[in-house]
Design a protein around this ligand. Structure first.
Ligand SMILES: CC(C)(COP(=O)(O)OP(=O)(O)OC[C@H]1O[C@@H](n2cnc3c(N)ncnc32)[C@H](O)[C@@H]1OP(=O)(O)O)[C@@H](O)C(=O)NCCC(=O)NCCS
Length: 186
C-alpha cells in the first residue's frame, strides 16, 4: 500500500470506467460514476495532490494497492468514509481492479495493512466494511482477518435479477490488537 501520486491519475481514470469488471462486485446496486463524475473525481484528487491537502489528511482517505516489486502500477485501492463522525465510526472500502489478480491474497494483504494503518493513526474503537452475500471473496477476506459478521439484512440487495443479503463485517480495536499480538508471538 502507498499514497497516491500524480502519475496515478491516468490509470485511476481508466479503472473508474463503468465497463470495468470490478463494478460487477463492488456495490453493483449503486450507480456507476458517469464521465463527468469520473473527471470530477480525478480532478479533485489531482488538486489534492498538487496543493498538499491529500497528503496532509491523516489518516489518508484513500491509498493505492501496489506490489513492492512494481510500486508504480495500481493494483487496486483502499479507502474509508465516515459512517458517523460523531462516534468515530469509519467504514472501509477495498478493490482489486484486475479480475486476473483476484483470489491471490492481494485483497487480504491490503485490508490487513489498511485496518492496521487506520487503527494506528486514529482513536477508532471499531472498523467495518459493507458488502453483499454474493461477494464471497470479500466475505472470505474479512473472515480470514478475524472480522465478525455484525449485520445481515436478508434479501436486501438485488444483483442481476437475484436477491442477496446485505452484510456488514466489523472488527473492534481490542480484537485486532489481541490478534496482532498473538500473531507476533506465535
Ligand atoms: C473482494 C476483493 C477485494 C478480494 O480481494 P482478493 O485479492 O481477490 O482476495 P484474496 O485472494 O485475498 O482472498 C479471496 C478469498 O476468497 C476465496 N475465493 C477465491 N476465489 C473465490 C471464488 N470464486 N468464490 C468464493 N471464494 C473465492 C479465496 O479462497 C480467499 O479466501 P480464503 O482466504 O479463505 O482462502 C477482490 O476480489 C475485488 O476487488 N473484487 C472486485 C471488487 C470488490 O468486490 N470489492 C469489494 C467491495 S465490498
Amino acid at each position: 500500500m502507498r499514497p497516491f501520486v500524480a502519475e496515478d491519475i491516468d490509470a485511476y481514470r481508466r479503472w473508474l470506467q463503468p465497463d470495468q469488471d470490478w463494478h460487477r462486485w463492488d456495490g453493483p446496486y449503486f450507480a456507476k460514476l458517469d464521465a463527468g463524475q469520473i473527471d470530477a473525481a480525478c480532478a479533485r484528487l489531482a488538486t489534492g495532490l498538487a496543493d498538499g491537502s491529500y497528503a496532509a489528511h491523516s489518516p489518508l482517505q484513500r491509498a493505492v494497492i501496489a506490489a513492492a516489486e512494481d510500486p508504480a502500477t495500481i493494483l487496486g485501492t483502499v479507502s474509508w468514509h465516515w459512517e458517523s463522525q460523531a462516534s468515530d465510526w469509519r467504514r472501509m472500502g477495498l478493490t482489486v481492479y484486475d479480475p486476473v489478480l483476484r483470489g491471490r491474497g492481494i485483497g487480504t494483504a491490503a485490508l490487513h495493512i489498511w485496518t492496521d494503518y487506520l487503527f494506528r493513526t486514529t482513536d477508532a474503537v471499531r472498523l467495518d466494511y459493507s458488502t453483499w452475500s454474493g461477494n464471497e471473496r470479500m466475505l472470505a477476506v474479512g473472515r480470514r482477518l478475524g472480522f465478525t459478521e455484525e449485520a445481515r439484512f436478508r434479501d436486501a440487495r438485488e444483483v442481476r435479477g437475484e436477491r442477496y443479503d446485505s452484510v456488514v463485517m466489523g472488527v473492534l480495536r481490542r480484537e485486532w490488537e489481541d490478534r496482532e499480538r498473538e500473531a507476533a508471538t506465535s
